[in-house]
Design a protein around this ligand. Structure first.
Ligand SMILES: *[C@@H]1O[C@H](CO)[C@@H](O)[C@H](O)[C@H]1NC(C)=O
Ligand SMILES: *[C@@H]1O[C@H](CO)[C@@H](O)[C@H](O)[C@H]1NC(C)=O
Ligand SMILES: *[C@@H]1O[C@H](CO)[C@@H](O)[C@H](O)[C@H]1NC(C)=O
Ligand SMILES: *[C@@H]1O[C@H](CO)[C@@H](O)[C@H](O)[C@H]1NC(C)=O
Length: 494
């Protein structure tokens, strides 16, 4: 009797447990499939290789997009052609019609605010494991800057006070850092306080990724609910438009369903892959040099020729720029911070640069663009590594070096891979696209562009050839005349 009762109780419990799970799964399946279906319906079936009016740079955090923004896009677009910064979605104003370039950490759902048929999308993806390392390190790096303050209260107060006059967009305003940095900041202060209480302790530096006296260990970080919400599979969610920062009303539910039922991830992945397929350009952080060259050829070249053919956009850019200049002085008043954030960080090069940029563009070529990129990139990298060093000094000896990564246990790496299984798939797919893109560029170069390039080159060499040939002919003629004259002279003499 006892065992039967137990069995009965067990059966009832099991049924009670299974029912909601089952129905939850089928509910989730419906939600996710509906979302995927309607997303795939909205594809624009036009030539994806042609740059449209608006370029949307979908900047996945920690993929190296900043370099592209500063070293390519800033050179190709006038400041007035940039859509208002939208690293925070509350600030984005799609009414500013004439803008041509939008760079943001906002996800693909931003497209619902943009004219779809007129927008080309580009993005860069990175090996997910490296991206997780980089995200962890950057969260800590930025948070560690606050350790100059005696305590957390004064650090957070200071940020509040700095905000109004701050130049540029602060990392603390940008998703996902606006969640990740405060989280790490609080953690760093707590650990520092604990060290103070303990008195002097000897910290051995064998593995900075597991140095709990100083920073949150990597394993703890990747298992935190915040990392699940903001970091893992972040590339797939961003390309799908399902991050925690999405404009889609249904994104929260879809994301939760996918996180709960791993198998439903397939549908998201399918959408993300199709989106990548339709993009004008997909770069890979790892293949950096090749990615940059392709960017210059696939995107840069078209921006240059677009600027040359449609002068009207340049005119309106110039007009709106002078308007902006007029108002930018008013914006620099300290209590008028909202607009200032979006304009002030490039105010320095804004003044009087309209003409320059137009002229620059007229003489800009893919070759020159690449040349400028190389210089810009290396100086940007130097600045970044200097900042990183000085910031990580505050949590010494926990500086994260490349060799240190190899000391992270295989268990943790496997965990990262498993937590980012969608991103691993998407990255593999992006590598295929990258290879196709490469082929496309080579074909394009060997047909039309190379033709004109070679024509140019040919022009030069032909001209050189002709001019040297002419020189030789003239010289020969002179020699002939000279010799003849000498002969005639000598004949006359004799
Ligand atoms: C934090 O530091 C400030 C500045 O030194 C000090 O005035 C304040 O009392 C400190 N707060 C706490 C809770 O220790
Ligand atoms: C996004 O994630 C953060 C951190 O987990 C959370 O505080 C925030 O409320 C989330 N936002 C939305 C819209 O879900
Ligand atoms: C610019 O385009 C307009 C038409 O949109 C045309 O009338 C004008 O001549 C063009 N200007 C130049 C310099 O090409
Ligand atoms: C990191 O710290 C260790 C020990 O503090 C030091 O020997 C090493 O040079 C540092 N590496 C970098 C890249 O700063």
């Amino acid at each position: 009797m006892d065992p039967t009762l137990k069995l009965l109780a067990f059966l009832i419990l099991a049924l009670a447990n299974i029912r909601p799970i089952k129905s939850d799964f089928s509910h989730c399946e419906k939600v996710v499939k509906n979302w995927a279906f309607s997303s795939l319906q909205q594809r624009v079936k036009e030539d994806k290789h042609t740059l449209r009016d608006l370029l949307f740079f979908l900047h996945v955090p920690r993929t190296g997009g900043r370099t592209y923004f500063h070293c390519f896009l800033k050179r190709l677009y006038a400041n007035a052609q940039e859509c208002p910064r939208s690293y925070d979605k509350l600030r984005f104003d799609p009414r500013k019609q004439e803008c041509r370039l939008l760079t943001t950490h906002d996800d693909y759902s931003m497209m619902s605010k943009l004219p779809k048929e007129k927008t080309s999308v580009v993005t860069i993806l990175r090996n997910p494991v490296d991206r997780i390392f980089s995200t962890y390190e950057f969260s800590i790096e930025v948070a560690a800057r606050f350790l100059v303050h005696p305590n957390l209260t004064s650090a957070t107060k200071m940020v509040g006070r700095l905000r109004p006059g701050a130049t540029g967009v602060s990392t603390l305003d940008i998703w996902p850092w606006k969640y990740l940095v405060p989280w790490m900041r609080e953690d760093l202060f707590a650990r520092r306080d604990a060290r103070k209480r303990m008195g002097s302790i000897d910290i051995k530096r064998n593995n900075p990724y597991n140095m709990e006296e100083m920073v949150m260990p990597l394993q703890e970080y990747i298992n935190d609910p915040r990392a699940h919400e903001l970091v893992h599979n972040g590339e797939t969610f961003q390309v799908a438009g399902l991050t925690n920062n999405s404009y889609f009303a249904e994104s929260h539910e879809v994301r939760c369903c996918v996180q709960k039922h791993k198998i439903l991830g397939e549908h998201i992945l399918e959408v993300a892959k199709k989106r990548l397929d339709d993009m004008l350009y997909v770069g890979l952080t790892e293949d950096h040099r090749e990615s940059a060259t392709m960017f210059a050829n696939l995107v840069g070249a078209q921006v240059i020729s677009q600027a040359l053919t449609d002068n009207s956009s340049m005119e309106s850019a110039a007009n709106s720029k002078s308007e902006q200049q007029g108002s930018s002085h008013a914006e620099s008043l300290p209590d008028n911070d909202d607009n200032q954030d979006s304009t002030s960080d490039h105010k320095a090069d804004e003044i009087g640069s309209t003409k320059d940029l137009e002229e620059k563009k007229e003489t800009m070529t893919v070759g020159k663009l690449m040349e400028a990129y190389e210089g810009c990139m290396s100086s940007l990298r130097k600045t970044q590594s200097r900042r990183r060093k000085s910031s990580l000094k505050r949590i010494s000896p926990a500086n994260f070096s490349k060799e240190d990564r190899s000391r992270v246990s295989e268990v943790v790496i496997q965990q990262i891979r498993s937590l980012n299984h969608l991103d691993l798939e998407l990255y593999k797919y992006a590598q295929e696209i990258f290879a196709k893109q490469h082929k496309h560029v080579v074909e394009k170069l060997s047909s039309m562009e190379a033709e004109s390039m070679f024509n140019n080159l040919g022009g030069i060499t032909m001209w050189k050839f002709f001019s040297s040939a002419m020189c030789i002919v003239v010289l020969l003629a002179l020699l002939f005349l000279f010799v003849n004259a000498r002969r005639r002279m000598s004949k006359v003499k004799i």
